[in-house]
Design a protein around this ligand. Structure first.
Ligand code: 5GP
Length: 126
């Protein structure tokens, strides 16, 4: 399956070091950094280092090592931010995909948000 990856998207530029970011954690396969416009006391974005447009692209095409590296970094972030159920009060992890998902940046990212009660799962607006 072919996904059309834009090498000029803002997260590709962050990965290349062209734009600064507030890094929380990193491994060989993924980078975690603070959202520039946080919607909760903890709002961290976890992105793969590979060129994946969206969750479905990553899920279909990433290697087992990339998927494991990404997921382990998510767990590390939740723990480090104090929102993991292993000692914390929980969090919300969401990913938006494509136009209907209202994805702003076309490089797969998971939002990890917590540090407060996150409210209803989805509030639709027209
Ligand atoms: P999306 O709508 O694609 O799921 O979320 C994109 C997220 O990226 C938004 O929450 C937005 O605040 C964040 N964002 C956009 N540009 C930048 C940036 O240059 N740096 C950081 N750290 N976050 C960004």
């Amino acid at each position: 399956m072919a996904y059309d990856y834009d090498d000029q998207n803002i997260f590709a530029r962050i990965l290349r070091g062209e734009i600064p970011n507030s890094t929380v954690a990193e491994n060989d396969y993924a980078l975690a950094f603070r959202d520039i416009s946080p919607k909760a006391p903890t709002h961290v974005l976890v992105i793969p280092k590979g060129r994946y447009v969206s969750f479905d692209d990553f899920a279909a095409n990433a290697s087992p090592e990339e998927i494991t590296g990404f997921m382990r970094l998510c767990a590390q972030v939740a723990q480090a931010e104090g929102v993991s159920l292993d000692g914390g009060a929980g969090f919300r992890a969401i990913t938006n995909a494509g136009p209907d998902g209202v994805q702003e940046v076309p490089h797969f990212h998971l939002h990890i948000m917590g540090g407060r009660m996150m409210g209803p799962m989805v509030m639709l607006r027209d």
